[in-house]
Design a protein around this ligand. Structure first.
Ligand code: ARG
Length: 587
């Protein structure tokens, strides 16, 4: 369905064309001054500039044509030549009725026929997830939902960190501890046991120990490097151990992401492109894309006009090991072969910006990216009250699991304070706390434009007032309950009508979902959806406080108002859904 704004732009554009001016000048937008008008068009100013003419004169001609169109209740020139537009209530209500019949609630089809790979999550095997991974997961999940809703074919890939030095560190530490000697026995020819010799808890203890040992002792580091190289070269026992690391980590990660309602289409990682590495490197060498530099194989990516130094991408180190950049490059080759996407988004913290610039430039230089546009969707940090990176009280990395638990218990506290669910069964009550707690952290993360840092403040995130997830969840639950009571009473629900400014504003806001979805996609910015949802809830709230709904005695009016409630609920739930936020059945 084309949006209201698109249709208005078409109409005003036609009026410009009739005056011999470009159609693009008829672009309509919501008014900057909603107190003066619903919509505005600034095209006469641009047209006048191009033609060195008087903008008001141009605006007058366009306005004269628009006045003949009965959709408009008011067409006026403001200031130097802005065109202010108001629609008639009949026109708005007719659009509202069309919207109520549209299953997609006006979703755009910007992605029709296009494929996007979204690389997010990015957790590392054997290491617990931290708040940085939370941001990647929450933003990436919202983008996958949004792109899908906009008609894209989306493939999400978790791209696990599973191939670097940390694997060699784990292997050599396990070797030293003598936990699983079979995997180190070069004479053993397999098959290896199906049962993993280590659990996720073991790995979480072994990895930090191994990493600390390597920091303290160069000999241990050398051992870990050697083990990494042997793993990458395919030593069977190491490969078998790696399989175990991967599987036990996957079970844990899947559970953690699952508890957040986040799912991936692909569980690939750095290791899954290992087989592409040698052919890719050979190809790059033969095409003279690579250069030797101090024994390493590199791709130079500096360009004229670079303001900052742009170091080359190191493909193979002097000791033969491949690096993070090499696996990212091979992953592009894999994605082009497997999905041939139009777009690859990397939802990864801003700290990795240079890395992605190097990778993207190298891929483009070598023509590895097919038709895909490569884009780093960066994000800022989550900070503690001191403004520094968020940590545990003891100063350690805050694990995602602990964070979710904290959010649930804070939500539970809030529910008690507000007297919500006091007499519910314990199970339902816990479920509401879970939905509210997770909704609170997701919304608080998404509401900021992604490149800004924010302070983690559960007390604020879980409030039922203000721009929070719980406020929106509560708003949705309230409408649910109105509709439930209407149903119990056997009331009819009809198409919305406009009898008051609040009803008019609410329908206009419902009609704006399409534009919010387009803008959020263009900017890769779920905060646009958060703003939209918040404005919608507020617009509904003023409608609700000014009108009788269930107690309205005029039966037709009651039905129309219930229709507006129904459309608002559908729209609010849809936007919350795009943010990955659930709505409890009751609160
Ligand atoms: N595993 C990485 C980390 O924890 C993030 C991976 C991001 N994705 C990518 N294709 N490099 O920092």
């Amino acid at each position: 369905m084309t949006s209201l704004i698109e249709q208005l732009s078409q109409i005003v554009g036609d009026a410009f064309v009739s005056e011999g001016l470009p159609a693009a000048m008829g672009a309509v937008q919501p008014s900057d001054r909603p107190d003066l008008a619903q919509f505005q068009c600034n095209g006469a100013l641009a047209a006048a500039k191009a033609a060195k003419a008087n903008p008001r004169a141009i605006a007058e001609k366009v306005v004269a044509r628009l006045k003949a169109n009965e959709l408009f209740g008011k067409v006026e020139i403001a200031g130097p030549g802005f065109i202010n537009l108001n629609l008639t209530d009949n026109a708005i209500a007719a659009w509202g009725s069309d919207l109520a019949r549209d299953e997609s609630l006006g979703a755009p089809e910007t992605g029709k026929g296009k494929t996007a790979v979204i690389d997010f999550g990015g957790a590392n095997v054997a290491k617990p997830m931290h708040v940085g991974h939370l941001r990647s997961s929450v933003i990436g999940d919202s983008l996958q939902r949004l792109f899908r809703a906009n008609g894209w074919n989306v493939i999400s890939d978790v791209h696990l960190g599973d191939w670097g030095l940390q694997m060699g560190q784990l292997i050599s530490e396990i070797g030293r501890r003598g936990i699983a000697p079979l995997y180190f026995d070069v004479n053993f020819t397999g098959p290896y046991p199906e049962q993993s010799p280590v659990t996720m808890d073991d790995l979480e203890e072994i990895y930090p120990a191994a990493s600390a040992a390597c920091k303290a002792d160069p000999e241990r580091l050398e051992e870990a490097r050697k083990a990494t190289a042997e793993l990458q070269a395919g030593r069977p026992g190491y490969r078998a151990l790696w399989e175990h690391f991967f599987s036990v980590s996957k079970v844990g990660l899947e559970r953690e992401w699952g508890s957040l309602g986040i799912h991936f289409d692909l569980w690939k990682g750095e290791a899954s492109v290992n087989h592409l590495m040698t052919p890719m490197i050979d190809d790059l060498k033969s095409r003279h894309i690579t250069e030797e530099s101090d024994g390493a194989l590199v791709i130079r990516v500096a360009q004229d006009g670079d303001k900052k130094e742009m170091p080359p991408l190191i493909l193979v180190k002097s000791d033969g090991a491949v690096l993070y950049g090499s696996t990212d490059l091979a992953t592009i080759v894999d994605r082009v072969q497997e999905q041939n996407p139009d777009l690859i988004l990397y939802v990864v913290d801003l700290g990795q910006h240079l890395h992605f610039q190097q990778v993207f430039r190298a891929a483009e230089k070598a023509g590895l990216n097919g038709k895909a546009l490569l884009e780093h969707v960066g994000f800022g940090t989550v900070n503690g009250p001191d403004g520094k990176r968020f940590r545990t009280r003891a100063g350690g990395t805050m694990k995602l699991y602990d964070l979710i638990e904290m959010a649930k218990s804070e939500a539970d506290k809030r529910l008690s304070e507000s007297g919500i669910g006091l007499n519910y069964e314990a199970e339902e009550r816990a479920d509401i706390a879970r939905i509210v707690g997770i909704g609170a952290i997701k919304f608080a993360d998404l509401v900021n434009y992604r490149t800004s840092d924010y302070i983690f403040d559960l007390e604020r995130f879980t409030r039922f007032e203000g721009k929070t997830g719980p406020y929106l969840q509560y708003a949705a639950v309230r409408i649910q309950s109105i509709l439930r009571r209407a149903e119990e009473a056997g009331y009819t629900v009809s198409a919305p009508v406009i009898r008051s400014p609040q009803e008019r504003n609410l329908i206009l806001q419902l009609l704006a979902l399409h534009d919010a979805m387009v803008t959020a996609e263009e900017r890769r910015a779920p905060n646009v959806l958060c703003d939209y949802a918040f404005t919608l809830a507020q617009t509904f709230s003023s409608f609700y406080s000014e009108h009788h709904i269930l107690s309205e005695s005029d039966v037709e009016l009651r039905a129309a108002r219930l229709g507006l409630c129904k459309l608002t609920l559908a729209t609010l739930s849809k936007v919350l859904g795009l943010l990955g936020i659930e709505v409890p059945a009751r609160m």
